[in-house]
Design a protein around this ligand. Structure first.
Ligand code: ADP
Ligand code: MG
Length: 359
């Protein structure tokens, strides 16, 4: 139902200097949703946001806000809020005036301005700071004023472009949970650009993973993490390993694949993959068991040799070379047995449901 869509992009393309930057983006954002555009630097996230904001026009495709085509609508008529990189606060204005700015542009009445600014500052927990100037605020507080300024006009959609990227790790975490709390409270539709997978996973209702001007997958954080559709998504979010295989047997609910290591894997799948099909398999680093080589043989285990064992704080990271020469990274929450050391022979066990079939 288009009624429930805050934003819709269909076939949106954009080139700069004859180089295609966006290659047909389709994206539907529901009202009240927090959606992240996640992808590596240069994949087209900011370009997409600029088109939504109306700072530039698509070469092809349509952009709809609340069901209305806005391709030719100027930015200030789109009723958006923006928190962009480089959109600093006005240094010569205090907090109140910064937050009031958009309302004054809209010629709101003084009483309305006072109540909206008060509400917005309360929402970002800065009540009482009205008279402070930006230079008298910490980086995190300045970000919150920027957020209040964008929210004060009660936008239909709030666009945020890497708003936390200049903050240190701890403050970023704190701001993430504030943003979550604010979204839960006001339910404004938010489109959030980030290259930080963890940020996207923790904040979003859904994540749009972008790669080289295309949308690779649009799904919930769980869906993106547990059921990545493509190798790119599996690689970009979390840590994954990849092996090619050929289906040698098709069973109800699973297939047996001969891996490039020469070993067989049992792969749970509902897909109908006839014998002979070439498949790209992936497995998350944290979904592999490391057993010593003398453990009882089970079907679907890979033999390998440990290259490295690293304690990385919250996990142990083991690097194992398998028969094909590939290196498989394994992340364990608990210490592996003492004999899992460089040079040791081990077996890697991967449950059928932990194999991912990727495009
Ligand atoms: N105004 C522009 N003119 C020319 N090239 C641009 C312009 N804006 C962005 N690009 C190019 O488009 C690509 C995507 O940029 P951008 O959308 O900013 O990526 P992201 O935000 O995902 O890091 C980059 O290669 C960038 O150099
Ligand atoms: Mg960008």
């Amino acid at each position: 139902m288009s009624d429930s869509l805050a934003l819709s992009l269909s076939g949106v393309s954009k080139s700069f200097d004859k180089t295609a930057i966006l290659k047909g983006i389709n994206l539907d954002v529901r009202k009240g949703e927090f959606i992240s555009l996640l992808g590596p630097s240069g994949c087209g996230k900011t370009t997409t946001l600029n088109l939504i904001a109306g700072f530039s026009k698509p070469d092809a495709g349509d952009i709809l806000i609340s069901g209305r085509r806005v391709n030719d609508m100027p930015s200030h008529h789109r009723h958006l809020g923006m928190v962009f990189q480089g959109h600093a606060l006005f240094p010569h204005m205090n907090c109140f005036d910064n937050v009031a700015f958009g309302l004054r542009m809209r010629k709101a009445a003084d009483s309305e301005i006072r109540s909206r600014v008060g509400e917005a500052l309360e929402l970002v927990r800065l009540s009482g700071m009205e008279k402070r100037f930006p230079r008298e605020l910490s980086g995190g507080q300045q970000q919150r004023v920027g957020l209040a300024r964008a929210l004060a006009v009660k936008p239909e959609i709030l666009l945020l472009d890497e708003p936390l990227s200049n903050l240190d790790a701890k403050l970023r975490k704190a701001m993430q949970s504030e943003l979550r709390a604010i979204h839960t409270k006001i339910r404004t539709t938010m489109v959030y650009v980030t290259h930080d997978q963890e940020e996207a996973l923790t904040l979003s209702n859904r994540i749009a993973v972008m790669n080289d001007g295309r949308l690779e997958q649009l799904d919930t954080p769980e869906g993106i993490y547990l059921q990545p559709r493509t190798r790119f998504v599996a690689d970009f979010i979390g840590s994954s390993n990849f092996l090619r295989g050929t289906v040698i047997e098709c069973r109800p609910g699973s297939v047996v694949a001969k891996l490039e290591t020469g070993e067989n894997a049992i792969v749970r799948t509902d897909k109908n993959l006839p014998a002979g099909s070439e498949i790209q398999l992936g497995v998350r680093s944290d979904r592999i068991l490391v057993l010593s080589a003398d453990a009882p043989i089970s079907q679907g285990a890979l033999s390998g040799k440990v290259l490295d064992r690293v304690f990385a704080g919250s996990q142990f990271q083991i690097l194992v070379e398998v028969a094909s020469g590939q290196r498989i990274s394994v992340h364990l929450n608990e210490a592996p047995s003492a004999n899992v050391v460089p040079g040791a022979s081990v077996r890697l066990e991967i449950a059928p449901s932990n194999w991912m079939i990727l495009q």
